[in-house]
Design a protein around this ligand. Structure first.
Ligand code: PHE
Length: 451
């Protein structure tokens, strides 16, 4: 069988897998995981997070790949194609796409920060600050109006250029190269962080569960983070599933991506928490945590610090780029499916999302007092897109997959039309898909909301 997909798919299984992994691995692992884990108490959060990643996140990834490859469509068309007699399910696809749009808005803000930190490492600005100054430096930068906005728009421009360049050429090439380098760099940073004076408190914080710190809200946050980090729930993996080669083994691919994504989040945790404690900072430092702590780690590398810092923020920007690409791609593919030209669609989405992103960015400074309750625009979007919306979308997706979509279609797609053994199917379908995943999603959502 040819590995070439019928649509504008990836040229090889490896390329498609790397692109999906590129979507999963990003700021969610390195920026958001440590900050949320710190906010909700460390070790206990991690334990719950692990369960969600493997029992819910991975199951959803497989489901989305199946839906996407089966229908060769974006979420908006995939659901009604699978059950033409139940056209209302289309709304789930649309809710997912709306979620993608909002996620992209938040994502661009942090991507812009990362790009700026890359630039400041390169020009030596960051290296000239001493360890006590990084907190203030970050706050000053994030609260200024111009710089963060310009950085995020520049980042959006890069993303747009890759999307207009086309799926295969753009995404695949970038993804293939980067992930391995990022992992090696993170490992070196872990070693450094672990050998700082006072690092052990950070290790204990991350790995010794203290369940008294875990609330219903924390469990919901762990679930949201697991889905956010794997890019599942909102239909991005349905779009990428439609690009997967027809002979790709969906179980293997999903497992591989899930393990990688999880491993990188843990590496980020080990790189950051020991340094947080060694430098006397608070693990609850919020969205700026990584940007205030990691420069301290780089400084401790002595003369090599600048090089490390440059390479790290460059790679993190690129990891963010492959995730942002997947979000913009999902939205572009949707409009394209409705008949709009790809390039026009991509530009239109970019224009709209830049408004959201700049507004969110301003909430660290000039619009800091614009609040809903106690939440700024950024906080609100971050909570919505990282905590509430992914589990809601994921719940609806898994209910469709387990109870509405035809079982025969799923078996046929998972087994590549009977050519791959799926001995795991009974446990997967009758246990995880039909019961464990939807029930856990429901319980966590309800308790999280009531909290
Ligand atoms: N998973 C990405 C990350 O961890 C973010 C993302 C979420 C991308 C949802 C696509 C869809 O950075």
């Amino acid at each position: 069988m040819s590995t070439e997909n019928s649509k504008n798919g990836f040229s090889s299984s490896f390329g498609a897998i790397m692109a999906a992994a590129g979507s999963a691995v990003g700021l969610g692992n390195i920026w958001r995981f440590p900050y949320i884990c710190g906010k909700y108490g460390g070790g206990a959060f991690l334990l719950v997070y692990i369960c969600f990643v493997f029992f819910i996140g991975m199951v959803l990834m497989m489901s989305e790949f199946v839906i996407g490859r089966r229908t060769q469509s974006t979420p908006a068309r995939a659901y009604p194609l699978l059950r033409p007699d139940k056209p209302r399910w289309r709304m789930v696809g649309l809710l997912g796409l709306a979620t993608c749009f909002l996620i992209l808005g938040v994502y661009l803000v942090i991507s812009g920060w990362t790009l700026n930190y890359f630039w400041e490492s390169l020009t030596g600005t960051l290296g000239s600050i001493d360890n006590d100054g990084f907190g203030d430096h970050f706050k000053q930068f994030a609260s200024s109006a111009g710089r963060p906005a310009v950085s995020l728009l520049l980042f959006l421009l890069f993303t747009l250029l890759v999307i207009i360049g086309g799926v295969e050429k753009g995404i695949e090439r970038i993804s293939k190269l980067l992930m391995p380098i990022l992992v090696v760099l993170l490992i070196v940073m872990c070693v450094r962080s672990l050998t700082l004076d006072g690092a052990s408190a950070g290790v204990a914080y991350l790995f010794q569960p203290d369940f008294s710190k875990l609330t219903g809200e924390g469990v919901l946050a762990a679930l949201g983070q697991a889905l956010f980090s794997l890019s599942v729930g909102m239909g991005v993996m349905i779009v990428y599933g439609s690009y997967l080669p027809l002979n790709d083994n969906i179980l293997k691919t999903s497992m591989w991506i899930t393990v990688c994504d999880f491993f990188i989040a843990i590496l980020a945790g080990v790189a950051i928490f020991p340094a947080v404690f060694a430098t006397g900072q608070e693990p609850t430092g919020g969205p700026g945590l990584v940007y205030q702590v990691l420069p301290v780690v780089f400084n401790s590398f002595g003369s090599l610090g600048r090089l490390f810092s440059v390479v790290f923020f460059l790679l993190l920007s690129l990891a963010a780029l492959t995730s942002a690409i997947s979000l913009l791609e999902a939205l572009t593919a949707w409009l394209n499916e409705k008949g709009m030209k790809r390039a026009v669609a991509a530009v239109l989405v970019s224009l709209c999302v830049s408004v959201v992103a700049v507004a969110a960015s301003f909430s660290f400074g000039v619009w800091g007092s614009v609040k809903l309750g106690s939440l700024t625009i950024f906080d609100l979007l971050d909570k919505l897109t990282g905590t509430y919306l992914p589990p809601i979308c994921a719940f609806l997706t898994i209910v469709f997959f387990g109870w509405v979509m035809k079982k025969e279609d799923i078996m046929d797609e998972l087994s590549n039309h009977g050519t791959v053994k799926i001995g795991y199917f009974k446990v997967f379908y009758f246990f995880l898909v039909r019961f464990v995943a939807p029930l856990s999603l429901l319980v966590v959502l309800v308790t999280g909301f009531l909290n």
